[in-house]
Design a protein around this ligand. Structure first.
Ligand code: FAD
Length: 459
């Protein structure tokens, strides 16, 4: 059987894309530079667990894996805020009681996808590294244990992640725009183990945040009753990774800013010294494809900072939309229509990738800073009440991004309008406790009509 597509990278996006294609009767070969993660223990690398929400769940449902994945997921119903001083934790729900995001293990999710892809007939090759692409000869350059070789007989879908070799080849062409904006912050992962009885040491149904204005710590629960914590901190400056190189500096830092953590994470100093410090960046590439030769998806095309919990969700949504475009324009076994499908997918998706990249950067400010700000809390409480009172008419930006599948551009535009609406509605109020009693709900209804009547919510 001739190959319809070569997919490079068996991470989250590449494996899901290969599975989608195989389920739709396309012949797919999948290449991965690492060994098979199901057979060898690989270093966990970055983000041991991930927040999975509506867009990712929809894709998993389409390939028949949603229920299986959710078996190992933990619901996170809101943010649990840990103050710098004192022990009073504050819970902020993400939405209505039925609305939550899911903490899922990266390796479990990748394993489930690989098993399903293999079962659907995807031909998977490990230890195969892509090293470049020759656009004159229409071929990808690969290296495996047997030496170098080329892939030239079918279009390439590049899902080789943020460090993509295929994107690097693409951006060396003329008229390809490319920017990589590094964040001044890096990240480091730490672990909170179970207690002596084997139970969670903190509330498991929450994403814990220690917001400290210019930096923050977060923690997501795992099924083994541990939490994976991620510290986001500047690389340089007064309070930065640059100064945290000795046991005493790390201990003093944690005790000053995260006073409840040392008792919860007894090995934090050792982990701090031995775990790597990761970099974070936003990648903007334009275009993502060359005719029907090559198309980038997922992080390879549009890696974003992790503060909206959307990188994987957006990568999964890429797969859903690309599959739709391919089904519309192509047939298994034929090359015709692929260039149109790639072009239509890119044109539709690029503005949404830009929108979620910008929202992810904005959410960093919200998470580390404004979640502890009374005006933010007031607006959040009014927004949650508006969602409850006017379902289908009002949904917060967080809700539109995480619990619905409206295009990211629409969520971004509505978020800006909502900000203006909330400012108008909250004029004269100063504290969340004034909600709902002191809010003029008739005025609220009129404002919702005024702002959103011409554009009802769509999903
Ligand atoms: P990857 O998962 O990076 O997969 C790329 C694959 O390609 C890998 O298997 C790699 O080995 C392989 N590969 C690379 N180069 C080559 C090559 N040259 N040849 C062959 N194979 C190659 N997203 C969320 O939705 N929710 C979250 O909560 C969340 N949290 C995050 C926290 C952190 C700290 C970070 C850094 C990211 C987070 N993300 C989150 C983003 C998410 O991890 C990525 O968006 C997602 O992994 C993208 O999937 P991908 O398949 O495009 O890339």
């Amino acid at each position: 059987m001739p190959t319809d597509f070569h997919v490079i990278g068996s991470g989250l996006a590449g494996t899901l894309m290969a599975l989608y294609l195989a389920q739709n009767h396309y012949q797919v070969k999948l290449y991965e530079r690492r060994p098979d993660m199901r057979r060898v223990t690989l270093p966990a690398g970055r983000s041991i667990n991930l927040a999975l929400s509506a867009r990712g769940l929809h894709a998993l449902e389409e390939v028949g894996l949603k229920a299986k994945v959710l078996q190992q997921a933990l619901p996170m119903r809101g943010r649990m805020l840990h103050p710098q001083h004192g022990d009073t934790l504050t819970f902020q729900a993400y939405g209505q009681p039925h609305e939550y995001i899911n903490s899922i293990s990266r390796s479990y999710l990748n394993t489930v996808l690989l098993d399903a892809a293999e079962a659907a007939g995807v031909d998977i090759h490990f230890h195969q590294r892509c090293v470049g692409f020759d656009f004159e000869r229409h071929q990808a350059h690969m290296e495996g244990p047997e030496g170098p070789y080329t892939l030239a007989d079918a279009p390439i879908i590049g899902a080789d992640g943020a460090g993509s070799a295929l994107r690097q080849a693409l951006t060396q062409r003329v008229r390809v725009n490319y920017h990589q904006d590094y964040l001044a912050h890096g990240y480091k992962e730490l672990t909170i183990p179970p207690d002596a009885q084997g139970n969670f040491q903190m509330e498991p149904e929450a994403l814990h945040i220690w917001p400290r204005e210019s930096f923050m710590l977060i923690a997501l629960p795992n099924p083994d009753k541990t939490f994976t914590c991620t510290l986001f901190l500047p690389f340089e400056g007064d309070i930065s990774f640059a100064h945290l190189t000795t046991e005493s500096a790390i201990t003093a830092f944690m005790e000053t800013y995260f006073h409840d953590v040392p008792a919860l994470a007894p090995d934090y100093v050792q982990e701090f010294l031995s775990n790597p410090t990761g970099v974070l960046s936003t990648l903007r590439c334009d275009p993502w494809h060359v005719q029907d030769q090559l198309l980038l998806i997922g992080d390879a095309a549009h890696a974003i900072v992790p503060f909206f919990g959307q990188g994987m969700n957006a990568a999964f949504e890429d797969c859903t939309l690309l599959m739709q475009a391919l089904k519309h324009h192509t047939q298994p076994g034929a090359r015709q229509g692929i260039a149109t499908a790639f072009e239509n997918f890119y044109t539709q998706r690029k503005p949404d990738a830009e929108a979620i990249a910008d929202m992810a950067l904005e959410n960093f400010i919200e998470m580390r800073d404004t979640v502890a700000d009374p005006t933010f809390l007031l607006h959040k409480k009014v927004a949650t009440e508006l969602e409850r009172r006017y379902p289908g008419q009002f949904a917060s930006r967080y809700n539109l991004v995480s619990f619905q599948r409206v295009p990211y551009t629409e969520a971004y535009a509505r978020g800006r309008q909502q900000k203006a609406l909330l400012q108008e509605l909250c004029a004269g109020l100063s504290h969340p406790d004034q909600v709902p009693a002191q809010v003029d709900w008739q005025h609220a209804e009129a404002l919702i009509k005024q702002y959103f009547a011409k554009a009802p919510l769509r999903s």
